[in-house]
Every structure is written in C-alpha cells, then in structure tokens.
Design a binder for this molecule. Structure first.
Ligand SMILES: Cc1cc2nc3c(=O)[nH]c(=O)nc-3n(C[C@H](O)[C@H](O)[C@H](O)COP(=O)(O)OP(=O)(O)OC[C@H]3O[C@@H](n4cnc5c(N)ncnc54)[C@H](O)[C@@H]3O)c2cc1C
Length: 287
C-alpha cells in the first residue's frame, strides 16, 4: 500500500553544518535523504517508518572526488554515473566502476549515491564487495567532529552499521597502488541489467612468479552482510593457482558463507555459483 505522503517531512538544510546541527539537536529525529533511490521504493511500498528527512542532495560539501598520491576519496553523494565516467577510477579501481555500471538502470545510476548504498547496508548491494577488496575507509561526520573507520568493521549485522544517529557519511577513501596484477568482478542476477544480485564476487590479487603473493576476496548476497572471505584468502595465499589449491579454497569458502533461500534464489544455487566464481577468479590468476 502507498504511503500517506503528507505524513512525511523533507527539509533542505542550508549547508552541511546546518544539517549536522539539526541532527545533533534531535538525535534520531532526522535522517538523510540523498538520491532517494532506496527511500522512494520504501515510501512507494508504504514501508518507510521514519518520517523526518533532511535532503542532503544539494550539499556541495558532500560532492566531488579528490585524488592524492596515496588515496582517492569519493564524497558521499558521488553517483554511479560519476564513478562510471571517471578515468582514474576506471584505470585503478575497475571493480568499483564495474559495480557502478551494473547497478540498476541509467536513471538509478544518475541519482543513486555511493554513500546511500553504504548506509542502506543491503547484503545484496553491488559496490561493497569492490570497496571491501580495495580496503576502503569511511569518514563519518557529526556536529562535534569527524572520524575515519575501516569499512570492513563498520558493518555489524544484517542492515546494521556502526553509524551514530547524529552522523553522516562524508567520504569513502581507498588507498592507491596496491600492486594488484589481477582484478575480477562478477555479479550474477536474473538478468544482465536491472537485477538484484544472487551472488556478487570481487577479487584482487598480486601474482608473483606464478604464486599468489597477495589476494583479497569479498562476496555479497551470500551472508547477512557483505564480507571478506579471509579464510579462503589464506588457503590461496603463497600458493600456485593450481586445481588442488582451488578445491581446498572452494571447500573453505563453503564453510565461510551462509547463503539463504529467498525470493531471488536458493542457498544451494548461491553456494554453487560462489564456488564457480571462485574458480573463474583462480583461473584468471593462472593466465
Ligand atoms: C530500480 C532500482 C534498481 C536498483 N538496483 C540496484 C543494484 O543493482 N545494485 C545495488 O547495489 N543497488 C541498487 N539499487 C539501490 C540503490 O540505488 C542504491 O542503494 C543507492 O546507492 C542508494 O543511494 P541513494 O543516494 O539513492 O540513497 P537514499 O535512498 O537517499 O538513502 C538510502 C539510505 O542511506 C541513508 N543515507 C544516504 N546518504 C547518506 C549519508 N551520506 N550519510 C548517512 N546516511 C545516508 C538514508 O538515510 C537511507 O537510510 C536500486 C534501486 C532502484 C530503485
């Protein structure tokens, strides 16, 4: 059933300080409204319990991409379209660009933001696996200051994140030049476009003289949160990407993930696909 729109309040703060000040004065009272692509779906379905929103869409302090020799920082309102078009991101962080290109439709990509995707905390979201393997950090701001936190420790459980009620995500920072020689991303959904993931897999590795010197793997849609498959990584690290190593890694991955049956897929299918994607990733390391 549709929501009763007049029951909702949407205000535009003058600037970021004004937004944070209002959130500090009434903790839990105001929530951010960025591109609205998640919130409007809930509103339309009559499933948006929160009533008071601050539109942050026009705040310049939350826009822009900054590059330094050590990092790239995407401010929270960076849209998928901006990510897709960004030359340096395409060169150095191709998995994030792939995730952006496979998120929803062009309309969703023009309006949906990276900060909104992170704050919405869906285990089926497409950019978090890429951000996990790139070791992203998040900048959280409130009226009294700012803090940086590692993204991997920020996710506390199904749709739960370690963000205070008075805090906004301001930026997402990724370190540059990790020397990865292989980067791999696959989203498996019902269709190639406009589909929510059944399984999403991101992997990066440094292969040195035929051995996997460093590797990071993250998956979405196979656990209550997106997560790094650190036990599987351990099996692969310092090994050659040979069949025996792959088999051991696939067994470990089966123990690490916790897929469920739901409207989009079955646990069995998700397990099989996750293992197949691991195999594809390992094959790419051998070539
Ligand atoms: C048709 C359609 C297709 C989609 N397909 C995909 C898909 O394929 N893959 C995928 O991952 N997602 C998909 N989505 C989901 C959605 O587009 C993304 O999650 C998007 O990134 C959300 O960003 P937003 O700015 O629209 O967030 P909003 O809807 O504005 O907000 C979402 C949540 O984040 C909070 N929030 C937003 N910004 C901040 C901030 N800076 N600080 C703190 N909290 C904040 C809001 O309070 C709210 O709780 C789709 C959505 C639609 C409608």
């Amino acid at each position: 059933m549709r929501s009763d729109v007049p029951a909702y309040e949407l205000q535009e703060p003058r600037n970021l300080a004004d937004a944070l000040d209002r959130m500090a004065r009434e903790p839990g009272g105001w929530k951010a409204f960025a591109g609205g692509t998640d919130l409007m779906v809930l509103l339309e379905a009559g499933k948006l319990p929160h009533r008071k929103f601050l539109s942050i869409w026009k705040l310049p302090e939350l826009r822009g991409i900054t590059i330094t020799p050590a990092h790239v920082t995407l401010n929270a309102l960076t849209t998928y379209s901006e990510i897709r078009r960004h030359e340096m991101l395409a060169r150095e962080f191709p998995l994030l660009c792939r995730a952006a290109a496979e998120t929803g439709s062009i309309a969703t990509q023009n309006r949906g933001t990276l900060g909104g995707n992170i704050a919405n905390a869906s285990p089926a979201a497409d950019s978090p696996p890429a951000l996990f393997v790139y070791d992203a950090e998040l900048e959280l701001v409130c009226a009294s200051g700012a803090r940086w936190v590692p993204y991997h420790g920020f996710w506390k459980g199904y749709k739960k994140i370690a963000k205070g009620e008075d805090e906004l995500i301001r930026g997402i920072r990724m370190p540059r030049d990790k020397g990865f020689t292989k980067q791999f991303y696959r989203k498996v959904g019902t269709r190639r476009a406009q589909a929510i993931s059944k399984v999403c897999f991101a992997g990066v590795a440094r292969v040195d003289a035929g051995r996997i010197a460093d590797v990071r793997i993250a998956l979405g849609s196979v656990a209550p949160t997106v997560f790094r498959a650190t036990e599987t990584e351990k099996i692969l690290r310092d090994e050659k990407p040979a069949l025996a190593t792959l088999r051991a890694a696939q067994e470990t991955l089966a123990r690490e993930i916790a897929p469920i049956d739901d409207i989009r897929s079955t646990a069995r299918y998700r397990l099989r696909v996750a293992q197949n994607l691991l195999a594809e990733f390992c094959e790419s390391l051998a070539s």
